[in-house]
Design a protein. Structure first.
Length: 178
């Protein structure tokens, strides 16, 4: 019986690890230090799949939420969180007019909204963010290593909503040189 439990644990660990590795490959994160600010761009190109399109066309409100963390690498200790942001993009589709109402929020505040009938615009809004200002560089220490981690999830929640896993994550590092 112990062998069976041990074998099941190994299988779960391997499958879970491969799913996370696949998710990390699919969520592309690009940090950029420019004009005294840390800007983050990211893209989740495989998330806008047939299941998401079906959910949207059924008239269900669909929200992609991205948690963005800027962390400083600390050797022999827990990495320090420098800044965080929560970005959510909500799509409300009206079956009668064929229009999508898209709203982007950062930390709960509406920063952009648009109404469109173009599916490519919907895909781009839900899966891509360009140059999110995360923090000022005065909060960073010179010649230190940092990384930006982004995790994504979709709602309504379903195992196939964002593909193979219900949550994706990715990260990218950089060294701050003033």
């Amino acid at each position: 019986m112990d062998r069976l439990r041990w074998g099941a644990w190994i299988v779960v660990t391997l499958v879970g690890g491969s799913t996370l590795a696949l998710a990390a490959e699919n969520l592309r994160v690009v940090p950029l230090v420019r004009d005294d600010a840390v800007l983050v761009s990211f893209e989740l190109p495989d998330a806008y799949n047939a299941d998401v399109r079906e959910t949207i066309s059924a008239g269900l409100e669909t929200t992609f939420t991205y948690n963005v963390d800027l962390r400083q690498v600390v050797r022999f200790w827990v990495d320090r969180t420098v800044a965080t942001a929560v970005v959510s993009v909500t799509n409300s589709y009206d079956n009668l007019t064929g229009r999508h109402s898209l709203t982007r929020r950062v930390d709960g505040r509406v920063v952009d909204a648009v109404v469109t009938q173009d599916e490519e615009t919907v895909r781009q809004w839900l899966t891509t963010l360009d140059r999110l200002p995360l923090c000022r560089t005065v909060r960073l220490e010179a010649n230190r290593d940092y990384y930006v981690r982004v995790s994504a999830r979709g709602r309504p929640n379903g195992e196939s909503m964002l593909g193979l896993a219900s949550a994706f994550s990715g990260q990218a590092g950089f060294t701050f040189v003033p």
